[in-house]
Write a protein that binds this ligand. Structure first.
Ligand SMILES: [Zn+2]
Length: 584
């Protein structure tokens, strides 16, 4: 489809940009002159010009004129039907930006016309535009590659490296030529600092002899923090090798450290990484199954997974109250991770996902549905009664108007009655709408659901387990008192979809849980089947009960002997204290 040329006299706008760089072709004034001439030749009225001066073209952020132009067209009141630009590279050099804004303008019926890109009209033109966008972006990439290439050249040729040199080195100025204005072009190379060289050697020798970093630090104070030493001991510049910009420069400088000492230190560092580094909590997937759903029973703040490694005691993982950590008004003790997690899994398997409990949930649903149905019927009866009274009254008033004429008082009353009648009719219609009748699950089906869910939970990998728990459990509130922990598990009914909103207030003596927003939908991942998640809504086994309710189970999760007991006793099953369900 060929676009029609703009009719003579049509108002158009122009956008001019000058990136300020040296490669720049035309100043704003020159761009403007040329665009004016172009418009004049076609009889177009150039009614508005947006300008951006000396801004790099890689992003539209910070381009006030560009933003003004977009605001102008987005206001919906712009009379101009076209935007004239000097060249697409003047418009935006970033592909996503250019396509987005141009598409945005097109959608508003605004054509974007470039004076200096020869673009065919129609779909082929779009394709060409996309290619141009790509080229404009490529230009920026090439530019930065050129800059990197230039830097590498300076390193290889003069040994000059930008930035702060590593410990033990100083920056020595090197004149590498003249700038265009005649001034000297000075760069810096790194050279060992004779004052610091003995200190560096000492540090490496101590490390090679097995001295811990903390002791080296206490003695030499090379850095402010202990963290910096790892990078320090691994930097090959101390044996004369510079690594910069992905390149390695052997023999960059005189080695400070003897090669043998260096190798010994590297071996020690590697062994340490093997022992501690790979198990670092931030490097492995968080092992905490319940973060995000576990809350402090004392103050209600979320619990977070906390890992400590103590000398001689090994790794210790626990859930801690975020408020207690900040010392902000809670002193809840930490709860060992494996005890809480095992207790929650056991609670799910032994109490929540059992066929008995699921059957009970179904029964609760049924009872609630029956109660709601009875309420609707009673409501409908009352409304019908009022409806027939209204009808009578309306008939009487109509008769009175026929007799006495349209008196204002009668007309007003008639109007009010008619309004009420209409409202009641709408309500009745709503009440008589057939309610989806949930099919009762047979005991066999319930057993199957129970077995399936329990199987998923027991066999899933950690990540799937985490997802499953988030799908099943809305919230776990845990309190630890001395030797035992007690918790409340608020869970979605595994039989119904979609997940419910948080109930207003759970019944019982427990503190009301704050209502979280945006609860997750229930997703179950079949283990060993497809790796995709599927929603229970689409799962034939789990769709038969309508309505969305949720259930609260109060469980004493686990007792153990003494918080300091090294090896906790085998877990005893959580004792069910009571359970309640909340239904509308
Ligand atoms: Zn707390």
């Amino acid at each position: 489809m060929k676009e029609q040329p703009l009719p003579p006299g049509a108002p158009v706008a122009a956008y001019l940009r000058d990136s300020g760089g040296e490669e720049q072709e035309l100043s704003l004034a020159q761009q403007e002159t040329e665009i004016r001439a172009w418009c004049e030749a076609r009889g177009l009225a150039l009614t508005r010009i947006f300008r951006d001066e000396a801004r790099p073209g890689s992003s539209v952020v910070g381009r006030e004129g560009f933003q003004q132009m977009m605001r102008h067209f987005r206001s919906g009141e712009a009379p101009e039907k076209a935007l004239i630009i000097w060249k697409y590279s003047r418009f935006s050099r970033d592909i996503d930006d250019a396509q987005f804004y141009r598409a945005d303008l097109r959608r508003r019926g605004v054509r974007v016309i470039s004076l200096h890109d020869q673009i065919p009209e129609g779909p082929a033109g779009r394709l060409y535009e996309a290619a141009l966008d790509w080229m404009n972006q490529q230009f920026l990439i090439d530019l930065s590659t050129d800059v990197k290439r230039g830097l590498r050249h300076i390193v290889a040729q003069y040994g000059c490296v930008p930035g702060t040199p590593p410990r033990g080195f100083k920056r020595v100025p090197v004149v590498i030529g003249k700038r265009r204005d005649g001034s000297k072009h000075i760069c810096h190379r790194w050279e060992p600092d004779p004052d610091l060289v003995p200190l560096i050697r000492r540090a490496f020798e101590m490390r090679a002899a097995g001295t811990p970093i903390s002791q080296i630090h206490a003695k030499l104070h090379l850095y402010r923090t202990l963290n910096a030493y790892t990078t320090f001991f691994r930097n090959p510049i101390y044996v004369g090798i510079l690594k910069y910009g992905g390149e390695t420069y052997e023999g960059y400088c005189e080695p400070i450290v003897a090669p043998q000492t260096w190798r010994t230190v590297q071996k020690i560092m590697e062994d340490n990484a093997e022992r501690f580094g790979r198990r670092h909590p931030r490097r492995v997937n968080s092992p905490f199954l319940l973060s995000g759903i576990a809350y402090c029973g004392q103050c209600g703040a979320p619990l977070y997974g906390h890992v400590t490694t103590r000398p001689g005691k090994g790794r210790d993982e626990a859930y801690r109250c975020t408020r207690a950590k900040r010392k902000a008004g809670c002193d809840a003790p930490r709860i060992p991770r494996h005890i809480l997690e095992k207790a929650v899994l056991e609670a799910l398997i032994r109490h929540i996902l059992t066929p008995e409990n699921l059957a009970q949930i179904q029964q609760t649903h049924r009872a609630a549905a029956q109660r709601r149905q009875a309420e609707r019927q009673a409501q409908a009866r009352a409304l019908r009664k009022r409806q027939s009274a209204l009808r009578k009254r309306i008939t009487n008033i109509t008769a009175a108007i026929a007799q006495a004429g349209p008196l204002p008082s009668l007309l007003t009353e008639l109007k009010e009655l008619e309004t009420e009648k209409a409202v009641i009719e709408a309500q009745l219609q709503e009440l008589q709408r057939p309610q989806p009748e949930p099919r009762e699950l047979t005991p066999e089906e319930i057993t199957q659901i129970s077995e399936r869910l329990i199987h998923y939970i027991q066999t899933a990998d950690k990540e799937t387990q985490r997802r499953l728990l988030r799908g099943l459990i809305a919230k776990i509130t845990v309190t630890r008192e001395g030797d035992h922990i007690e918790g409340v598990i608020q869970y979605y009914t595994p039989l119904a979809q979609p997940p419910p909103p948080f109930p207003p207030t759970p019944r019982g003596p427990d503190p009301a849980a704050p209502a979280p927003s945006g609860l997750l939908p229930i997703h179950f991942s079949p283990v060993g089947a497809q790796p995709t998640t599927f929603n229970t809504r689409r799962h034939p086994m789990l769709t038969t009960t309508a309505g969305c309710r949720w259930f609260i189970m109060h469980l004493r999760l686990k007792a153990w002997h003494g918080p300091t007991a090294k090896a906790p006793l085998p877990l005893c099953p959580g004792r069910l204290l009571r359970w309640e369900s909340t239904v509308e």
